[in-house]
Design a binder for this molecule. Sequence first.
Ligand SMILES: O=C(O)CCC(=O)C(=O)O
Ligand SMILES: [Fe+2]
Length: 322
Amino acid sequence: MNTLPIIDIAPLYSDDQNAWPAVAEQIDHACREWGFFYITSHPISPARIAELLSAAKAFFALPAEEKLKIDITQTAHHRGYGAIATEQLDPSKPSDLKETFDMGFHMDLNHPEVLAGKPLRGPNRHPDLAGWTELMEQHYGDMQGLAKTLLRAMALALNIERDFFDSRFNEPISVLRMIHYPPRHTATSAEQQGAGAHTDYGCVTLLYQDDAGGLQVRNRDGEWIDAPPIAGSFVVNIGDMLARWSNDRYTSTPHRVISPSGVDRYSMPFFAEPHPDTLIDCLPNCSSADNPPKYSPVTSAAYLLSRFADTYAYRREEQAQV
Ligand SMILES: O=C(O)CCC(=O)C(=O)O
Ligand SMILES: [Fe+2]
């Protein structure tokens, strides 16, 4: 139990539907045993990744006042820049030594859902960098496509309708995030790390990590094992929403990021989360007389907001004022 499974998903992109069950079976096994695995042969090109990395480096290198023009703590709909220590993923540890850019499904200010004040709905807030908006919006759509393909394979594995997740992931509240982890310096307390131990909130996370290393995953024996960078792969993990939805058939596994020393680290997770009104209620085939549903139904948006309130102080303050 010390190396994560690596799954080649090329068959999911072939015309041969008969090739799907073997991949679905590997995904099912990885989601039950680990809640974590790598995928290779996905359709996101190395050229795209290189473009994203150089865009992320250019953004995080901007002066603080420039980045803070799109300060995430000044929005209700979770878009923009999060400065170092804005997030505290492990409440028993200092805030995270990382800075972030978050975007979601773009809705103009005059969209009816935005006018109606629906939580987490609104326009993206992009920095003023040449080519940035087009690149990020394109990539958001492509990651959403990849997530939907994986969810189709999971639907097959869970023995529910193949397109069960498709409509539920239209106009999603998925988040694409760029992260910069600065290197440790001598004054950094050993307690403060890049990302404190946590489980993800959504359904499925697809993570690109650069070659700096530092991601660790807790195995079933409670030991932290490295999830080293594998060129050309994404790390996929199950979030708590899918763990709830599947009545814990699929596992959301704690992970953390140890701050790099001497180098900067960049990563780009895509958190796939369904349409905000989707009811996360025990899936068909995931309960039985001796395994009743463990969780009460909750909407996707309500669940995500409650988790943000756990990790962002400014969100707790907002909630306290309601
Ligand atoms: O940067 C990484 O490698 C992981 C980040 C992470 O776990 C998260 O943002 O939820
Ligand atoms: Fe995470």
